[in-house]
Write a protein that binds this ligand. Sequence first.
Ligand SMILES: [Zn+2]
Ligand SMILES: [Zn+2]
Length: 199
Amino acid sequence: MQSRPRVKYDVPPEWKKRIERGFCPVCNKPKEEFEPKMKVFCTPACREKYSEKILWWQDLREKILKERGNKCEQCGKTPEGEKTKLARESEKRWKNWIKENREEIEATRAKLLAYFSKEFEEHYKECMNDRYIANRAIDWEKQRELGLNNPFFTTSFEVDHKVPIADGGDPWSKDNLQVLCEECHKKKTSEENSKRASK
Ligand SMILES: [Zn+2]
Ligand SMILES: [Zn+2]
C-alpha cells in the first residue's frame, strides 16, 4: 500500500535561488533592508509566508481535527461523549463491586483508620466514603481486570482520506479529508482492503 507523504514541499525554485543570493526569498528585498535580527527572511511575515509552502501532515491533521470539532463524520461520536459514557459504566461497576464486597470494604476501612494519624483529619472523612475505600482496597492491576478503572483517553480519532491515496486520492486536499473515530476508520480501511484484494 502506498504510504502517506509526511511533508509537502511547495517552495518555488525562484525562492530558493533568492536565499542563495542573500535576498528575502519571498519578497526579494536585499539583506540591508531586513528587520534587525532577521537573517533569511526580511520580516516574520515573510517567514510565515514561506512556511505556508511547507505543509506537514501532522500539522494538517491537527488543523483538520480542530476545524471539524474532533467528531466522527460517519457516526457523530465525540471523544467527550465516549469518555462520559465509559466513566458512567465504570462507576456503575464500582457500585456493584462495593455492594458485593462489604466485608473487604469494612476491613480496609478499619486498616486505614488505624493507619492514619490524628493530624490528617481529612483522611478520616475519606474513610467514611465507600468509593474511596474501594479504590484503596483493589490494586490498579485488579481494577483494570474488573473493568473498574476509568480510562483517561480511550478513543482516538483519525484523519482519513475519503479516496485512499492508493486509489489516486489527493493526500493534501482538505476536500479529500475527513475525521473518523477509530471504529469507523477500521471498518472503512478493511472494506477498502478487501475491495482492492478482489480486484
Ligand atoms: Zn520579505
Ligand atoms: Zn465513527
